[in-house]
Design a protein around this ligand. Sequence first.
Ligand code: AMP
Length: 396
Amino acid sequence: MKTVNDFNFSGQKALIRVDFNVPLDDKFNVTDDTRIRAALPTINKILKDGGAVVLMSHLGRPKEGPTDKYSLKHVVNHLSKLLNKPVKFASDCIGDVAANASKELMAGEVLLLENLRFYKEEEKGDEAFADKLAKNGTFYVNDAFGTAHRAHASTAVIAKFFPQNKCFGFVMSGELESVDKVLNKSEKPFTAIMGGAKVSDKILILEQLINKADNIIIGGGMAFTFVKAQGGQIGKSLVEEDKLQTALNILEDAKKKGINIYIPVDAVVADNFANDANKQTMDIKSIPNGWMGLDIGPKTEKMYADVIANSKTILWNGPMGVFEMSSFEHGTKSVADAIVVATKNGAFSLIGGGDSVAAINKYELGEEVSYVSTGGGALLEYIESGSLPGVDAIVK
Ligand code: AMP
């Protein structure tokens, strides 16, 4: 895997695809700069070598071409402060405006191009558009893991215009190394913890993990489809009736392959989907009508903590319950705590996919696990298919 560390950028104009799709408030201040900060090491390495940096990104989902609300000009000052140097801005990402700005750029300078998605050609992966973008640099660096699962012009197609001069930035290489550690170089036992709302969203991933993991822990809304498939009574808990057979197939497949699948044994149930609903803890297989399971119960917490404690590699995707409500967050918090303990004892832990990242951040435990992925969709797709357009474009 070629990264920016494998090259000297002296005299180069590095065109870096970054993910500056950051939230802005109504005065266009950046309210969470995690993604911008993540790109700084790559930018600084290239500047330190004596290169110039041309940054390109998308911001939001503009539908009708250029829209002030989605202009990347709103990010310039913030980036400038973080880099501690002025950042130039081109009000277009292709054409004369961009070409002139990138041509004039000197070693040590940084230029940010306007939102790529002001052109519909970006998301279509249009080759002519990618060619125009490519004119802005002499070297292509992809550091946008969050969009690596999209075959867009700037994330994949553009790479063909830099047959030799292309590589990953540190965000990309960090993500790929950590997922590789989990999927291909895992120290055993490897435990995958899968939660969240629906089985249907996780089937492909479960099918992959059955070939890799030693233990699969199931929680969240998706657990109830497994419980019902095995003949349990789940009241009005979340269920996907059309996935009952799929759940049984997964259990059967795991058994054949000698993989342990753990399903919750007890649940915190409520009479309503609300934080102040009446609640009680009970056996997960006998939830009465009118009640729904919204979290795993204490026996399950203990069982899961024991499995996690004995693991050397851990992947966590999806909460154990409705962790957004304080009444039903205990199970998710207990899993997060167990992962932190296992990590302290030497396990490698990767947290990835939207809501488990939200959960680990809610409990401020991001620093206490091995790696928190920045790209939910990209990570899940990588696990499912073993490749991503943005990765293949650099590697091939
Ligand atoms: P996902 O995006 O598939 O990871 O699902 C995350 C969502 O699943 C969160 O918003 C949780 O509140 C929700 N969730 C977790 N457990 C349950 C449950 N037992 N019943 C309903 N929703 C749940």
